[in-house]
Design a protein around this ligand. Structure first.
Ligand code: FMN
Length: 276
């Protein structure tokens, strides 16, 4: 794609995403990469093409090149290759069949263990036993997860994060033999795309990009605006005769109508994190 085409495609992708024009300053290099980022989509259907351990290793190496808080390197990836382990994990989430059919399934973990081990090996007191000790590995693991998705997408692969696995955190930790101070952040299905996916809309930038101060003066109106656009986009994508599309707010309120993962704090404490 030449630069003019890429610029046009990027503008279109961002217009589809945000429902507004995002201007692109002239003379920028690397717009193809921005286009790939702007076009990012979660996939839940996979082409019949295996993903072998060496390819995961390559993508994991790229993913683990992400920045890491205080150079602490508190993220790990578990590649589920053994069929017994994999089916045990799959059986924890029967509601998401795309996990079972995915060519590869990974679990991204926060790891506060290695950091503590440095102190143990020196007989030195660990002086950072508080919430930050849980938060930092969470952020590291999330960056590695996103970097993995970007690396996979760079070679035409697609992914689906699976946080629903955390509904069964204790069982997952047992299957994967996670020691104290290690916890799952999300699963990740990885494969090759079966079909293209349309861009899923995001809130207008006025709601999520702030200048100088945190501004929520117009939040309700911006959500209302997004709800209308979301419903129109969903309606236009549904086959004739489908149930009427709901707004984004209605869907989210329905999805979170009952309490979810209320035992997560208990699990994290069981892994010996002090959250005070
Ligand atoms: C941390 C995280 C956890 C997610 N967990 C799930 C999940 O358990 N199951 C699922 O099908 N999708 C999951 N997703 C995918 C989101 O549903 C998806 O990103 C969202 O609907 C927006 O769609 P898009 O990624 O195609 O733009 C997760 C995404 C993230 C970032």
């Amino acid at each position: 794609m030449n630069n003019e085409h890429t610029t046009r495609a990027l503008k279109q992708a961002l217009a589809d995403r945000f429902g507004e024009e995002v201007s692109i300053p002239p003379g920028l290099e690397g717009l193809e990469q921005l286009l790939a980022i702007a076009n990012q989509s979660t996939h839940r259907a996979w082409a019949e093409r295996a993903v072998d351990a060496d390819l995961i290793r390559l993508l994991a190496a790229c993913a683990l090149s992400a920045p890491t808080k205080s150079y602490l390197q508190q993220a790990d990836i578990v590649d589920l290759r053994d069929s017994t382990v994999r089916s045990a994990v799959e059986s924890l989430v029967p509601s998401m069949p795309w996990m079972k059919t995915a060519p590869a399934l990974l679990v991204f973990c926060g790891n506060g263990r290695r950091f503590r081990r440095i102190f143990e090996r020196r007989d030195q007191a660990f002086t950072n036993e508080h919430l930050d000790g849980f938060f930092n590995p969470t952020v590291d693991a999330t960056l590695v997860l996103m970097n993995f998705i970007r690396a996979a997408s760079a070679i035409g692969m697609v992914c689906c994060p699976i946080s629903v696995l955390r509904d069964r955190a204790e069982a997952l930790a047992t299957i994967l033999e996670m020691p104290d101070h290690v916890f799952p952040v999300a699963g990740l299905c990885v494969g090759w795309p079966l079909q293209e996916r349309s861009i899923s809309p995001r809130l207008p930038l006025a709601a999520t990009l702030h200048q100088n101060r945190f501004d929520e003066d117009h939040t309700d109106a911006l959500i209302d605006r997004f709800d209308s656009r979301y419903k129109a986009v969903q309606s236009s994508r549904r086959p004739a005769g489908s149930p009427i599309a709901q707004t984004w707010s209605d869907e989210r309120a329905k999805q979170y109508a009952s309490s979810q993962r209320a035992d997560w704090g208990r699990f994290v404490r069981r892994q010996k994190f002090d959250l005070s």
